[in-house]
Design a protein. Structure first.
Length: 581
């Protein structure tokens, strides 16, 4: 039975946790690296403040835009070390100026909307802001950056913001105007990776020479020669081991509290667990810890008081249901009643508790629990609690009924379908439970977890039944775009697009366009809620739970807080991190 299988897996995890904690305990106490920042008992001068952060791999590139590979959420934590965007989002999700002296607003007249829908936003760079080489950060650095980011011959990660911009005019050394081609909701919120400056005096001549390959491969982007705007400078790189950053004395927000920050490469999650418990790691970045290791640290630290664990619902887990008539098998998957029955037929709450270690309940909507709109969304979206009786009733309405242990149609054909996922332990476990639960309805669900080598854009799009895929963009209303017709992976688009099941709904498309082009907040919220309600009724994808990021913070380290869903990266306020005495 599935229940006994879950107990067995939980038992194995408990034994593993016990052994890990025992090994650490037997190893004896270890002095935390962070304790270097505190005064010693002899009364001697305190050692330099130092913070050690665990990451899963090296930092191969320090630019926020010119590393098109973008693998791993920890990259955002490393980029805040050496780059400061115009604005940031605080722990409540509020937009705050950072490199900018203030954010544009319609009330102040620095955000204007024209009759044709185009806009202009006026930005002022902080007067004391300088590059790491001591040169002032000027308006021309933004004008130059736009040229680079809009250059089709330059590999740029995410041009979504820059493609909306017509031009940038420099009014003076510290003031510039961004001219937008159309209404853009976030025009006053340019966070990390969005229209950040480039040091024209340092790299402008190299770009103007016309050798785009030489420009992109320059060592200035990947070595301590990097010229950034952030609170720290790159001081040392030991590939596969660490990257060390030193405080930048001329940082415009004031010298950072920590003298240096070390990003320690710990690729193995079990090793990360052991090092955290041994006291050699002060903070774990992004996905350094998995659910098991995060829960182990939480359990041990709740006993010892050696630190705290931040838990953040960072990613929505869901599976798409194939909506291409020529591919869907069986064709009954095109019927929303069948998709609702599938949702009712899965013990999503129990599955969520197991996969997340109790950190997440069953998900009902794209909206993150940390989003201010979450409570309103929960009031309007349709929900599908575990109810096999209701599931079988919906299936009967759609022409399917139980005959013995099988679910069949009027022609006596059994409901046969497939579930696809990736080869990750939690994903495979999830697939097994879902296949079992749907089997209890009489469905015959085959399970498929292809190797990475067997996965192509085409095979990913043409799954026959259900396909697991996480949703990383839970920013609302922008995240709804993944369900629009334009995001369908078609042959013409080389099967690129996030609408995995190729669901198409003209009303959803209309609501998305209206919600993302309406600057009236009340109207925009109403449009967004209508779109979320439609998605929950039609169920092109069935939400399961939220992936929880477990972030370990050693006792005495002040500054780290949970991040809002729209801002990827925890080090947005790294200049404020420090140690208590």
């Amino acid at each position: 039975m599935v229940t006994s299988g879950r107990r067995t897996m939980l038992g194995i995890r408990a034994i593993s946790l016990f052994m890990t904690l025992t090994v650490v305990a037997c190893a004896g106490p270890s002095t935390p690296t962070g304790s270097d920042s505190r005064s010693n008992s002899s009364g001697a001068a305190p050692r330099p403040a130092r913070v050690v952060i665990a990451v899963g791999s090296d930092t191969p590139h320090f630019s926020t835009k010119l590393d098109a590979s973008e693998a791993g959420s920890f990259r955002y934590d490393t980029r805040f070390m050496v780059n400061s965007p115009l604005s940031i989002l605080d722990e409540q999700g509020a937009n705050r100026p950072l490199l900018a002296a203030e954010t544009p607003s319609q009330e102040a007249g620095t955000w204007t909307v024209n009759a044709d829908g185009s806009m202009a936003t006026t930005w002022k760079v902080r007067p004391n802001a300088v590059w790491h080489n001591g040169e002032p950060i000027t308006s021309n650095d933004f004008v130059f950056a736009l040229r680079v980011f809009q250059d089709p011959d330059i590999a740029v990660y995410q041009r979504a913001v820059e493609t909306r911009i017509d031009k940038i005019d420099a009014l003076d050394d510290k003031t510039f105007v961004i001219h937008w081609k159309q209404v853009y909701l976030r025009a006053n919120r340019l966070i990390t990776g969005e229209m950040e400056p480039l040091p024209q005096k340092a790299v402008g001549a190299l770009y103007d020479e016309g050798d785009k390959v030489a420009f992109q491969s320059s060592s200035i982007w990947t070595t301590p020669a990097y010229v950034g705007t952030g609170p720290f400078r790159v001081a040392e790189i030991q590939p596969g081991i660490l990257t060390r950053y030193q405080a930048f004395d001329q940082y415009f927000m004031g010298r950072p509290k920590a003298d240096e920050v070390v990003f320690q490469v710990v690729p193995d999650q079990n090793a990360a667990l052991a090092q955290v418990l041994a006291g050699s790691i002060d903070f774990t970045s992004g996905q350094t810890l998995n659910t098991q290791s995060g829960l182990a640290i939480k359990q041990e630290w709740s006993r010892s008081g050696a630190g705290r664990v931040l838990e953040n619902p960072a990613v929505l887990r869901q599976f798409w249901v194939q909506q291409r008539p020529e591919v869907a098998s069986p064709a009954a998957l095109l019927d929303p009643r069948v998709r609702r029955a599938i949702a009712h037929g899965i013990d999503r709450a129990g599955l969520a508790a197991y996969i997340s270690g109790g950190g997440s309940g069953a998900a009902d909507t794209l909206v993150s629990p940390t989003d201010p709109m979450f409570s309103r969304a929960q009031q309007v979206v349709s929900k599908y609690p575990f109810d096999r009786t209701r599931a079988l009733s919906l299936l009967q309405e759609a022409g399917w009924s139980r005959r013995g242990d099988a679910l069949v149609n009027d022609q006596g054909e059994q409901f046969v379908t497939a579930y696809w996922t990736s080869i990750v332990s939690d994903n495979v476990t999830e697939m097994e439970v879902i296949a079992h639960d749907l089997g209890q309805l009489g469905m015959d669900v085959s399970q498929y977890a292809p190797t990475q080598a067997a996965v192509t854009a085409e095979t990913t799009a043409l799954f026959p039944g259900m396909s697991f895929l996480t949703v990383r963009n839970m920013l609302i209303p922008e995240g709804i775009q993944e369900f629009t017709t334009d995001q369908c992976p078609t042959p013409e688009r080389r099967y690129q697009g996030n609408n995995r099941g190729c669901w198409s709904n003209t009303e959803l498309d209309r609501l998305f366009r209206a919600a993302t082009t309406n600057l009236n907040e009340a109207e925009r919220i109403d449009l967004t809620l209508s779109a979320l309600k439609l998605l929950s009724d039609e169920l092109p994808a069935v939400p399961l739970s939220y992936n929880i990021e477990f972030i370990a913070v050693r006792q005495g380290l002040t500054g780290p807080v949970a991040r809002p869903v729209a801002q990827r990266g925890y080090t947005w306020n790294i200049h404020e991190w420090g140690w208590t005495n």
